[in-house]
Ligand binder design. Structure first.
Ligand code: FES
Length: 290
């Protein structure tokens, strides 16, 4: 049995924590322990599971926001940069760091499609099958890729992986809703980098190159890395050796077609009605206990 200061194993019983006020006792595995000891045990558990560097990054994220809970979205990307998905351990880690319940964290993880519940491959391939891309060939591209990457005549399913997740050449495929590049339809993304105006054959050649360990240049934007590195960038961290990479990420990535409307408006002197300088916003309802 654990002593009050030892680190309990992660699991359902450990996750049933309560949010105690300072000075309250907390029940851990049936043992009543002080809140400070409980927090020490939690901190040791986070370091043990995720390592000092990740815990330091989590603290860094929290320091960027007036309210710690605002750091949840980047913190989930941080978890994915380590694990390649958000495991139950990852959910518990975020909950402990942000003083949220695991139910609150899980509600966010399961709402946004960018958070994965199964380990991803080295690359995440997203095929847009929303209306415009679908009509322009996106559905056919998705079908062709799932058949091409499947085994024994069974197509690869949505969010399924070919190869060992995380290992070189492994790929996870997904169909995605509008990827905000309709003017370049049909589009495919790899780790959220664009491969515009795709064809079935072009998409097959792209995934074959990825399977061989190559990183074909995207149509625009930053060079291709891998899923976990992209997740670290999405969390807001750019390792020193990748500072040049940051310049690429921050650089312009709009396509000529995307800017054409704005250029036409400028040439023809078209303007949109001006916005009022001040717009009264409705008062926010104060939540109890927040
Ligand atoms: S429908 Fe595919 S990018 Fe908009």
């Amino acid at each position: 049995m654990n002593s009050p200061t030892s680190v309990p194993e992660p699991g359902p019983q450990y996750s049933e924590r309560t949010h105690a006020a300072a000075g309250d006792d907390v029940d851990v595995l049936g043992i009543s322990t002080g809140k400070e000891e409980f927090e020490l045990a939690e901190s040791a558990l986070d370091t043990e599971v995720f390592g000092e560097d990740v815990v330091a990054k989590a603290k860094d994220l929290i320091s960027r926001y007036p309210q710690s809970r605002s750091a949840l979205l980047p913190m989930l990307h941080l978890v994915q940069s380590v694990q390649g998905y958000v495991s139950q351990e990852g959910v518990a880690f975020c909950a402990r760091q942000l003083d949220l319940s695991e139910a609150e964290v899980s509600a966010v993880v399961t709402f946004y499609t960018m958070y994965k519940r199964k380990p991803c491959g080295q690359h995440l391939v997203s095929v847009c099958t929303n209306t415009l891309c679908a009509a322009m060939g996106g559905d056919a591209i998705y079908r062709r890729l799932t058949e091409h990457l499947g085994e024994d005549g069974k197509p690869l399913g949505h969010e399924e992986t070919v190869g060992e997740p995380g290992q070189p050449g492994s790929l996870t495929i997904e169909h995605a809703e509008c990827l905000a590049a309709c003017d370049l339809a049909p589009v495919v993304q790899v780790n959220y980098e664009f491969y515009d105006r795709q064809t079935e054959q072009g998409a097959v050649e792209l995934v074959d190159a990825l399977r061989r360990g190559e990183k074909p240049a995207p149509s625009r934007g930053a060079p291709l890395t891998d899923f976990k590195s992209t997740e670290l960038q999405l969390a807001g961290f750019f390792p020193e050796e990748e500072q040049t990479f940051r310049a690429d990420v921050d650089g312009p990535s709009a396509a000529e077609e995307t800017l054409r409307g704005a250029q036409l408006a400028e040439e023809r002197g078209w303007t949109a009605p001006a916005m009022a300088d001040e717009v009264a916003l409705p008062a926010l309802e104060q939540k109890e206990g927040r």
